[in-house]
Write a protein that binds this ligand. Structure first.
Ligand code: UP6
Length: 269
């Protein structure tokens, strides 16, 4: 599947949010997801505005903001609309289904209201995805999607092997809401139960052009190796926003990611 273009994949895809995401990628010629790990609303919105033209998705950790308010939500929705990108709250839900529904739909952060995409771990079992799937299916006009966090990039991560395989099996049961995975590589197409029409989207964290990792266990690969491994969207944080010139940096990631994507699809066409 991953050797098809985003627009070819959009055509046959059953999930409207995935179709929208692929359309954005094609239109803006970018597969970059900015991990905007800034800690004030002002900084978050400023980086979203200046880098917005070069990204397909803005990934947030909304709970690290020191001044989260209604203005944060409105600002994010405005900037996402202005530059045509999706919002992904990297919440990593992990609790029992009943709690997670409350955390997703309500609470102080009102994630469901503004985030197109959220993610969750399957540590707690299938119930967590069932709970989020219920919310997504009840969402009426709002298009909402879930990514399963099937692997992690930090040293010593226990999300490997059977755990990762179980993530894929659970994803298959919720095709209306689960768009794909956060993982270091493509996971599903070679596995035994893969259906021919199955097309999960792979978001890859731990992407950096110039660093191998940090002092707290983060491990990086490059945009090129990630795309070669079957990633569809590259999530980069410090490599972009902490660069001396973030606009130059994001354009560099955009170019590297897009060229690697073009090489991949050229293999079959
Ligand atoms: N992230 C990872 N690895 C994972 C899952 N999520 O790094 O396995 C998230 C981090 C951070 C971003 O929470 O927001 O991706 C990576 O940021 P960086 O590019 O600055 O390292």
């Amino acid at each position: 599947k991953s050797t098809l273009s985003y627009s070819q994949r959009a055509k046959g895809h059953a999930n409207p949010l995935v179709r929208k995401l692929f359309a954005i990628a094609e239109e803006k010629k970018t597969n970059v997801v900015l991990s905007a790990d800034l800690t004030t609303t002002k900084e978050l919105l400023a980086i979203a505005d200046s880098l917005g033209p070069y990204i397909a998705v803005l990934k947030t950790h909304i709970d690290i903001l020191s001044d989260f308010s209604e203005q944060t939500i409105q600002g994010l929705l405005d900037v996402a609309k202005r530059h045509n990108f999706l919002l992904f709250e990297d919440r990593k839900f992990v609790d029992i289904g009943n709690t997670v529904q409350k955390q997703y739909k309500g609470g102080a952060l009102r994630i469901y209201e503004w985030a197109d995409i959220v993610n969750a771990s399957i540590l707690a079992g299938e119930g967590i995805i069932q709970a989020l799937d219920q919310v997504v299916n009840d969402s009426g006009d709002a298009e909402r999607g879930i990514l399963i966090l099937a692997e992690m990039t930090s040293k010593g991560s226990l999300a490997v092997g059977e755990y990762t395989r179980a993530s894929v099996e659970i994803a298959r049961k919720y095709p209306k809401s689960v768009m794909g995975f956060v993982s270091t590589k493509e996971l599903s197409s070679h596995s035994p139960n893969s259906a021919p029409e199955e097309d999960f989207v792979v978001f890859t964290t731990g992407v950096n052009i110039s660093s191998k990792g940090d002092a707290l266990g983060q491990q990086y690969q490059t945009p090129t190796t990630a795309m070669e491994g079957g990633s569809d969207f590259l999530i980069a944080g410090r490599g972009i926003y902490a660069a001396e010139d973030p606009v130059t940096a994001v354009r560099q990631y955009q170019k590297a990611g897009w060229e690697a994507y073009e090489r991949r699809i050229a293999r079959t066409s």
